[in-house]
Ligand binder design. Structure first.
Ligand code: TIH
Ligand code: FE2
Length: 330
């Protein structure tokens, strides 16, 4: 009877939030939130700059209608934008020699050598995706705003990186503050993340965080977003006794990169269960960074943490179909 069905339902596990089962369902994971808008937030370096704001809006509109299977569009950049790119790339390159981890330096060299990343022009997403697909199967996908942590993490489960996570499409940081941007921009995504996503262990770690997020509770999402923040965005490792950056947020911000590797901030050992509970700074340099022995070690620790993560089901990811299947023990 109907009553019987209802009674049966109330005795079930608490409801699991909807999550995508196939890469195409990431179309439904583009819920945007508002933060660091240059139109309203004085902390944004572009605050009050009408030309900059208009340009952002124009570029955002291009990304808004993007759906699974769509062709990536090329963007026409202005000479001024290419200029900012050139200046930042130049500054970053000298710092990377001393402060970027070896994986980053190796992959960046490869990207430059293959002409995928170019020093004098802003590269187009299409060639970057072709490169990453060959390396780890990660794909960059434009989105038009700051995404909720749940939606952003869900796409990682399918090795899809929605850019620009906290803010829109293919726009560039404000030229007045090239050393640090309060929100991810093209320089951050392309120079910070792309060389790292070409690394199998870093790609796996990102995907694992994504898989753990599917169907997770709000509290768990918060923890996973924090782990992601401290390792994929702002993580450090030690090489030859020196601190080196593995986090994309450091690799793209030459101001913060120097700060992170200096003895000004606090450094703690990366332990996912502890890191997950730490509050973080998101509009200025971090006062605290987590240090892992290396990317593979960080991945091993994350997997240990994942093993203890409570969820009423487990998931199998099938890379051939880019889909997940839920497995429940009865
Ligand atoms: N601060 C980074 C930069 O200047 O490149 C961008 C960000 C990464 C993560 C949050 S903001
Ligand atoms: Fe990022």
């Amino acid at each position: 009877s109907i009553t019987g069905v209802r009674m049966y339902k109330t005795h079930q596990e608490p409801e699991v939030p909807w999550f995508p089962r196939h890469v195409s369902e990431i179309d439904k994971c583009s819920n945007c939130i508002t933060k660091y808008e240059p139109t309203i937030d004085p902390r944004h370096p572009g605050f009050g700059d009408e030309t900059y704001i208009a340009r952002r809006e124009e570029l955002n509109k291009l990304a808004a209608g993007f759906k699974y299977g769509d062709q990536l569009f090329d963007v026409q950049y202005t000479e001024a934008e290419h200029d900012t790119w050139r200046q930042v790339v130049d500054k970053l390159e000298t710092l990377h020699e001393k402060l970027a981890c070896s994986t980053y330096r190796r992959n960046l060299a490869m990207l430059l050598e293959e002409g995928v990343l170019t020093r004098d022009r802003i590269p187009q997403l299409r060639s970057i995706n072709a490169f990453l697909e060959r390396k780890t199967g990660f794909i960059l996908r434009p989105c038009s705003g700051l995404l909720s942590a749940r939606d952003f993490l869900a796409s990682l489960a399918f090795r899809v990186f929605q850019i620009f996570k906290f803010k829109t499409t293919q726009y560039l940081r404000h030229h007045a503050k090239p050393h640090h941007s309060p929100e991810p921009d093209l320089i951050h995504e392309l120079l910070g993340h792309v060389p790292m996503f070409a690394d199998p262990a870093l790609a796996q770690m990102s995907q694992d965080i994504g898989l753990m997020s599917l169907g997770a509770t709000d509290e768990q999402i918060e923890r996973l977003a924090t782990v992601y923040w401290f390792i994929v965005e702002f993580g450090l490792c030690r090489e030859g006794g020196q601190l080196r950056a593995i986090g994309a947020g450091l690799l793209s911000a030459y101001g913060e990169l120097q700060h992170a590797c200096s003895d000004v901030p606090e450094h703690r050992e990366f332990i996912p269960s502890e890191t997950a509970l730490q509050k973080y700074e998101d509009d200025d340099y971090q006062p605290l960074y987590y240090v892992a022995d290396g990317i593979e070690e960080a991945l091993a620790k994350l997997r240990e943490y994942a093993g203890k993560f409570q969820r009423p089901f487990s998931l199998i990811y099938d890379p051939y179909t880019r889909s997940v299947t839920e497995v429940r023990s009865v």
